[in-house]
Design a binder for this molecule. Structure first.
Ligand code: SF4
Length: 613
């Protein structure tokens, strides 16, 4: 695309800065013979994609090589897509403005199921066939990664390769394979066959799936030398792995506009609803010296005035207090804020609060997830009502007057008593505040209850569980509102018109490709956005394919059923998930891994035990 064409396009859109590139930190290279061109696509808007840490890491990691040029591609918003279609401009990469179809490798990161139609939209906008079998040239190859790559079957017909696990570990081998394939002129079947030999690379077209009469999967059989089971790739030592010293600094506000450092991967807790907690096991921490160095590098190179500490459970990081001490030594002086998401309610100590208070002025957010002890035990949250009230007391003593509490609705075994328990817990927090003579004078308290719908996910102990119906969830929402008595308590819902489609796709098989395509052909794209989601398009697509969303979303699955992802190994074993599911049904808890290994199986991927135990 020429700059004149870009000017014309930009004159027709609301936020041109999404499409101009040229930001500080963007990588522009001179093309050299044999250089591999890699389009890293985030199937959502610029503001969302640019906030994603994984993309920043993998962009820098690929571009550290002289023989690879990785560029960014985000979804155009509706105004830009219309303008591009009217002018006949195909999807282009930001750094070079070159058409994506001319690249060698097109990578999509799949962060959530509701981006699947957008993957098809971007392939189509690029001028490529959406079905992999119709793209007969070896390049561009379409590869997906990210958490939803753990069950990529609903996209199996559209993609060439799937990268399982941590991209820094496998991408060099994939780049080398592509460079060799281009040099030696391999055809596409040969590229796919050889790619399937790289550990951590799954090639869906090399597997045949058969079904039982009841619609469940009978067999998944590899062909042409592909492995029967593909195991994810895992970084053994997070202290020595690549981490960017520089981030691209956008020209417009994005969702998370700050420097971010990573504390650890995996999670020691084992909350039974949480896919990320299991998907990223085994637990591996970075030393606090490495994190402190990463933070300093990023603040110096970007000029950001905020650092986020990223992990699944920040207050579980073993070196948190020394890290905060070492960061506060210089961040306060430079007026750099620290942001600590994902704090646990059971280890929020007074000294941690004192440090957090020095850098945070806003309210505190905690996630009890369920309203009663019984249900918190079912989900293995391992926190008590006492933990909640103790932490809130500490927070109120520290001057906080606003607390946000996250819950889920529709959890396995949930009853109306559990729903009432949400309101009761919030009320106890309100009552606690007013019972404290030391509370901040002259200020009232505010407790916000935020409730999301539970969606059962693969690779969790609840992968066997049916999802609640929308009707049942709506009734529970109404009931919760009727239980709230204080005006100090507000309730917000992450209501989810998308949650049935999300649940069906999360545990779906490759027959759902027809549904994803059908929804896309009916105009679905950017389904994660309420103003884009078209429930009717999905309903019609399911009907046209002769498939029932409830078969995928609302069916209880037996322990011996073959799941669509059973041939993809993310470390934690199915036997462990079955054990955990059985314990959940008895409301029995499993302790933190820091009290001793619970035998989930993930440690075999790093050849030992988890770090920090
Ligand atoms: S291997 Fe053991 S310590 Fe590591 S995550 Fe699994 S259960 Fe926890």
């Amino acid at each position: 695309m020429t700059l004149d064409q870009l000017d014309l396009l930009l004159s027709q859109v609301q936020k041109p800065a999404r499409y101009t590139a040229g930001e500080m930190g963007a990588v522009v290279k001179t093309l050299t013979p044999g250089m591999l061109r890699y389009a890293f696509c985030f199937p959502d808007l610029y503001e969302v994609g640019m906030s994603h840490l994984g993309m920043k890491i993998l962009y820098g990691h690929a571009n550290r090589r002289d023989d690879v040029w990785c560029e960014r591609v985000f979804s155009p918003d509706a105004d830009m897509q219309t303008a591009m279609e009217e002018m006949g401009v195909p999807l282009f990469a930001l750094e070079s403005l070159d058409p994506v179809k001319d690249f060698d490798l097109i990578g999509f990161t799949l962060q959530y199921e509701m981006c699947y139609t957008e993957v098809l939209n971007l392939l189509n906008l690029a001028g490529l066939a959406i079905r992999a079998k119709d793209r007969t040239d070896p390049f561009p190859l379409v590869v997906v990664g990210g958490p939803c790559a753990s069950n990529p079957e609903p996209l199996a017909d559209f993609i060439d390769l799937v990268s399982l696990g941590e991209g820094e570990e496998v991408s060099d081998e994939l780049f080398d394979l592509c460079i060799q394939a281009k040099k030696e002129g391999w055809d596409k079947p040969e590229v796919l066959r050889r790619a399937a030999q790289i550990p951590g690379i799954y090639v869906p077209s090399l597997y045949d799936v058969t079904y039982n009469e009841d619609g469940t999967i009978c067999t998944i059989t590899p062909r042409e030398g592909a492995p029967a089971v593909v195991s994810k790739r895992v970084i053994t030592d997070l202290d020595s792995v690549y981490y960017p010293e520089n981030f691209i600094v956008p020209f417009l506000d994005i969702v998370h506009d700050r420097a971010v450092v990573e504390l650890f991967r995996g999670c020691n807790r084992g909350c039974r609803f949480c896919q990320a907690g299991f998907l990223y096991r085994p637990i591996r921490e970075k030393s606090f010296e490495t994190v402190a160095k990463d933070a300093k590098n990023l603040i110096e190179s970007t000029g950001y005035d905020e650092i986020g500490l990223s992990s699944l459970s920040t207050s579980d990081y073993c070196g948190l207090e020394p890290l905060l001490d070492s960061l506060l030594d210089w961040t306060e002086e430079k007026h750099v804020n620290l942001s600590l998401p994902s704090l646990r309610i059971d280890n929020f100590s007074e000294s941690l609060m004192e440090k957090v208070t020095r850098v945070r002025k806003s309210g505190l957010t905690f996630a009890p997830e369920a309203g009663t002890q019984r249900l918190r035990d079912v989900i293995n949250k391992n926190i008590t009502e006492q933990n909640v009230t103790d932490t809130c007391r500490t927070a109120f003593l520290g001057g906080y007057t606003a607390v946000k509490l996250y819950f889920m609705m529709g959890l396995p075994t949930e009853t109306l008593d559990d729903i009432k328990g949400i309101a009761d817990l919030a009320q106890k927090v309100v009552d606690l505040y007013y019972s404290m003579p030391e509370r901040p004078k002259g200020k009232s308290v505010s407790v916000n209850i935020s409730v999301a719908c539970f969606v059962p996910k693969p690779y969790t102990p609840f992968e066997f569980e049916p999802q609640d119906s929308m009707e049942a969830l709506r009734e529970k929402q109404k009931y919760l509102l009727s239980c709230v008595r204080s005006r100090k308590i507000s309730v917000s819902y992450h209501d989810s018109a998308t949650s049935v489609a999300e649940a069906a796709l999360a545990r779906g098989d490759r027959r759902l490709c027809q549904v994803v395509e059908g929804a896309f052909l009916r105009g679905s794209r950017l389904d994660g956005w309420d103003d884009h989601f078209k429930p009717l398009a999905w309903q019609e697509a399911f009907e046209e394919a002769g498939l029932d969303p409830d078969f995928y979303a609302r069916r209880r699955r037996s322990y011996d059923e073959v799941f669509p992802w059973d041939h993809l190994d993310y470390g934690v074993t199915k036997a462990f998930f079955i054990r955990e599911h059985q314990k959940a049904m008895q409301a029995a808890t499993t302790p933190s891994c820091f009290a001793g290994c619970n035998g989930c199986g993930a440690q075999r991927l790093t050849g030992g035990v988890c770090k920090c135990i």
